[in-house]
Design a protein around this ligand. Structure first.
Ligand code: LIP
Length: 290
């Protein structure tokens, strides 16, 4: 059956590859670092330039499409889904890595159609996801219902059912609020002491999710990331045979800034038991009144 969005996905892949080339070239330059919500929430001119390059290239081909971009939202645009086809873009996932030349940075592009209050059961709403790990030159792709791939090779999550034989990925995020940090460390201690074989973090949610899809880690969880970090990876995990869950169990809501992405429900539910959950402001919350 003809795939309605194949042509659109191919545009996304070429846009991600071009963006990745710009990111890699910029790594050689002196990167002007700015901050957003806090002194550790970093952004560079390259983040902003790459997001605009992607958006402009899409607008030329698909003028009616809409966008949720990390840096556009940071500049004040609303983070809401409408009935229009919507591109969800993180121009550099792993900006702190980029600034410090820690070698894991990705361009993440997801494409969603049909209005949703939030991306509940995200795989049903995300039509395709593209994550380009540009320093590794790994193009991760997934088309809803048609599998997940890395550089064209099929991906399959780990078959591990025993949490004590597992490696789990997570991130500490950019919040330095003491209460949030306490909960993040409580969750980390609980999971480490199950015990699991190890805990890892690439410094980018998108690559962590691709590691789940690739079977390199059994699961990734985090509280505090954003929809643009995980929208593409959510489909890549699902199409590689994995599962998505909220940190307190139940359906994932990608606007909630909370996620568990795992190889199977057994591992996901075991992790949920250990997470000291909290609820950060949602991505689709109205901006605070000035
Ligand atoms: C990053 C996420 C990561 C999170 C960081 C940051 P960015 O995205 O990929 O999971 O822990 O705080 O949000 O800001 O590099 O695009």
């Amino acid at each position: 059956m003809a795939d309605r969005w194949q042509n659109t996905m191919e545009h996304a892949v070429s846009a991600a590859r071009r963006a990745g080339q710009v990111v890699c070239e910029a790594l050689q330059d002196d990167r002007k670092v700015m901050t957003k919500s806090s002194s550790v929430d970093l952004v560079t001119q390259t983040d902003q330039k790459v997001e605009q390059l992607i958006i402009q290239s899409v607008k030329e081909k698909f003028p009616t499409h809409r966008f949720i971009g990390e840096e556009s939202v940071a500049a004040g645009e609303v983070c809401v889904l409408t009935d229009d086809p919507t591109w969800i873009i993180d121009p550099i996932d792993g900006t702190t890595n980029f600034v410090h030349t820690f070698p894991f940075v990705a361009v993440s592009i997801a494409f969603s159609v049909n209005k949703q209050r939030s991306l509940v059961s995200a795989p049903l709403q995300v039509e395709f996801g593209v994550v380009y790990s540009c320093l590794e030159d790994k193009m991760f792709t997934a088309r809803r219902g048609r599998g997940a791939f890395c550089n064209g090779k099929p991906l399959q999550v780990s078959g591990q059912e025993d949490i004590k034989q597992s490696v789990i990925a997570t991130e500490f995020g950019s919040s330095r609020d003491p209460e949030a940090v306490d909960k993040i460390f409580t969750s980390l201690k609980n999971i480490l002491c199950i015990p699991v074989h190890g805990v890892r973090g690439a410094g980018t949610a998108a690559i962590n999710m691709c590691l789940v899809a690739s079977g390199c880690v059994e699961a990734y969880y985090e509280i505090g990331m954003h929809i643009w970090d995980v929208a593409a990876g959510s489909l890549i995990v699902s199409e590689a045979g994995g599962v998505l869950m909220d940190v307190e169990g139940g359906a994932v809501d990608l606007m909630s800034r909370r996620i568990v992405a795992a190889n199977n429900g057994t591992i996901a539910e075991r992790i949920v038991k250990e997470i000291d959950a909290f609820s950060p402001p949602r991505d689709d919350d109205p901006p605070p009144q000035k």
